[in-house]
Each structure stands twice: as C-alpha cells, then as structure tokens.
Design a protein around this ligand. Structure first.
Ligand code: UDP
Ligand code: MG
Length: 315
C-alpha cells in the first residue's frame, strides 16, 4: 500500500520545515512506500525556496507550484491528480494537524473504510469566529446530506485514491468530499485527532467563509440527490405553482361569467398570473437543466452509476 500525503501550502515558510521533519519521522516508521506532495498555492514568501531545497534533498518530496494563489481546494485537486498512492492523506501545512494521527487514519482505511475524516475534538481556534460557526455548519451539513460528521472542516483526512480522484473540485468544495462521496456509496467514518494552535504565520480565512459554506450546502444537496434528474426539482415545483395559478384564474373567470363580478382589481388575479408565469419558467428551467446534465455526463464520458464489481462479464 503506497501512501500519498497531500499538503496545500500558502505562505507557510516557518511551518514547512517542521512539518516535513515530523511527517518524515512518522512515515518512515510505517514501513510503507510513500510520497509527500506539497502543493505551493502561489506563496509570496520563502515557501517556494524551502520546498525546492527539501525536494532536492529528498526524492519522496514532490512539489507542485501554482503560478498564483488559486485556493486550498484547487491545491488539493492538483495534489489528488498527481498522487501515485493507493491512499491519499490530506493535511494543513501550518502544523495545526498532527502527523502522528496518520497511522490511526490508515488503520481505519485498512478496516475497509473509503474515507476517514479527522475530528478536531479539542479544537484550538477562536470560539466566536471559528468554532461556533463551524459547529452550526457541521450540524446543518450532516442533517442535509445525511453523512453525519462532527468536523467537515478538518483537512486531516484519509481517502482511498480512487474516491479522491473521482471528483473535479471547484470553489471551496474540498470539505464536502465525504458528503459527495455518498453518491458512490463510499464507506465513511471519523476519528478524533489532535489539533494545535497556529504558531507560525496567519490564518488565510475570515468569517466570510461561513457564507460560502452555506451556499455550498445547497449545491452538495443538489449534486447528491438531483443531479441526474433536475426536471423533478424545478419541474416539480413549477408544475405545482402552475396548477395553483391556473386554478385561481379559472375560479375568477367563472366568477365573472356567472355573477358578472368585477375581477379586474383583485389581488388574486395578479397572484394567479404570477404563479402561472413562475410555473412555466421553472418548468423550462428544468428542461434546460436536463439538457445540460446530459452534455455534462457525455462530455466527461461519465456514467450516472458506479460499479463495485463485475462477475463473469467479458471486457
Ligand atoms: N491554504 C492554501 N491556499 C489558500 C489558503 C490556504 O493552500 O488560498 C492552505 C494553508 O497554507 C494551510 C491550509 O490551506 O496549509 C489551511 O489554511 P489555514 O490554516 O489558514 O485555515 P484555518 O486552519 O485557519 O481554517
Ligand atoms: Mg490552520
């Protein structure tokens, strides 16, 4: 079993040498083949030089350097694409995650899990700006996606390589990998891991991240449950609105015909028209989404299912 450790790194010049030493110590003891992939996400400090130096001394250290800062998710994606291992471990470069937890993660992978997520049970970050929003977000994500984890935001995770490589990651989506993997029937678990306060450098995120996380939850829900049938989502709602709208207008028309009542100034009239328009629009959005989804799957040569095993099937 070969292990690839993927470390997104952005302006972490002081932390990187320490992280490398600790990682090497832990990984050498495992007795498995390994590589450490540092993805330098366009650092503007001394990080590139330090990584170059490490790579020249140790062939197990691989470095991918971005031209500019693309974000942690893009860095992880690049790391996954280049990883040669059977198991991929992701972690932060800032020493907040502890390499000593790696053997525990691997044990769970050996037990047969596809994803093992770290849980920073005793998290060493500010309460109001970090721990509280994170608690709320984790609760919502767990409920919405049905994959119950205490700590989606913990970068320290282990993945079977084929699961990690299956995704194209956009935006800030890396934290949702466990929830996305549910679509493929991945077996997911979590274990408590150590967490340290940041000693060197600064955190790269502020409170604005919370908003992005909330928006992403909608996307994950959609991707997981409706990606192959968008017409049911948009069309279902559209149809519902359309029926109510039409019913209202029929009622008003009958009223006019049989009682001669004046219906021109009634709010109900406008509501009916609005519902009909919204309904038609949603229905057509659903149809367009269906067409886009077909293009999406066919252009990527992707199937809407994943096969675990084939027996007696000739290739
Ligand atoms: N990171 C990155 N690109 C970015 C922002 C962050 O590669 O644009 C890396 C960063 O170097 C660190 C990890 O992602 O290794 C987590 O970042 P940080 O420690 O700032 O997040 P926090 O722990 O405060 O949530
Ligand atoms: Mg950190």
């Amino acid at each position: 079993m070969m292990i690839s450790v993927v470390v997104p790194t952005y302006n972490e010049e002081e932390s990187v040498p320490h992280l490398y030493e600790k990682l090497k110590e832990v990984l050498d003891k495992l007795g498995e083949e390994y590589e450490i992939i540092f993805v330098d996400d366009g650092s503007e400090d001394g990080t590139p030089e330090i990584l170059k130096e490490l790579a020249s001394k140790d062939k197990k250290v691989k470095v991918i350097r971005f031209r500019r800062n693309y974000g942690q998710t893009a860095a992880m994606y690049a790391g996954f694409e280049h990883a040669k291992g059977d198991v991929i471990i992701t972690m932060d470069a800032d020493l907040q995650n502890d390499p000593e937890d790696i053997p525990k993660l691997l044990e769970k992978i050996k037990e047969g899990y596809d994803i093992v997520s770290g849980w920073r049970k005793d998290r060493k970050d500010p309460f109001l700006s970090r721990k509280l929003p994170s608690k709320v977000a984790n609760w919502i994500i767990s409920k919405v996606t049905g994959v119950e984890l205490h700590d989606y935001g913990c970068t320290l995770k282990a993945y079977k390589a084929d699961i990690a490589k299956r995704y194209r990651l956009y935006g800030d989506m890396h934290r949702f990998l466990p929830a996305l993997a549910k679509r493929f029937g991945a077996k997911i678990t979590e274990i408590p891991v150590k967490h340290h306060p940041r000693i060197y450098g600064k955190s790269k995120y502020g409170i604005g991240r919370t908003v992005r996380v909330i928006l992403d939850i909608f996307l994950v829900k959609f991707l997981n449950e409706y990606i192959t049938k968008p017409l049911y989502v948009f069309g279902g709602l559209g149809f519902f609105l359309l029926v109510i709208g039409v019913a209202i207008e029929i009622y008003l028309t009958l009223l006019k015909i049989f009682t001669g009542a004046d219906i021109g100034g009634r709010p109900l009239l406008i509501l009916g028209v609005l519902l009909i328009l919204a309904g038609i629009q949603l229905l057509s959005t659903g149809i367009i989404a269906e067409l886009i989804i077909r293009t999406y799957y066919e252009s990527r040569g992707e199937k809407p299912y994943v096969i675990e095993e084939k027996l007696n099937m000739e290739e």
